[in-house]
Design a protein around this ligand. Sequence first.
Ligand code: SF4
Ligand code: SF4
Length: 175
Amino acid sequence: MSSPPASDAPEARPSGSDLCTACGLCCTGLLFDVAPLEEQELPLADKLRLPLACNQYHDAFRLPCPCHRDRKCTVYETRFAVCSSYECGLLRRCKAGEVPLGEALTRVERVLRLVDALRQRVPAEEPPRPLWDEAREHLRRRDAEDDSPAWRSERESLVAALAELRVACREGLDP
Ligand code: SF4
Ligand code: SF4
């Protein structure tokens, strides 16, 4: 879960950093709702005003992460342990040489394109929530106020686009 600024990308894993720099999707709430925190990371999370989701069993913060801007981590040097250690299946296979970087980038670009297209159709909430939650809320709200054939058609198309994105995430990124 990391998308470093291009200039700070670690050199030891060129293919991994190239991929994550172009992606950043694991910070957006598309793949996970929350990210775990270690207890000693709570003061930093608090300072960064991350939306915490702590309970008696674990500490975590909600995604999308507010430190993720323009597809980059704005706190890359001090990011959390989970952010440094997380690798999706696509990144792992890319680093292992099983998926060429070009193909991995193509998969990421496809997911990003689908997300961008859906973002034009699903109103963003404040504070932001994962796209899935915002889309569900949008459908619920529109269903309650509009039963026209035009909305039913739009609804069908929107649900299909969400399903396409879900498959692209699962099969393309393998979180
Ligand atoms: S701190 Fe936020 S933006 Fe940075 S890597 Fe972690 S989840 Fe992503
Ligand atoms: S989803 Fe995978 S490729 Fe994208 S930033 Fe996260 S670990 Fe890197």
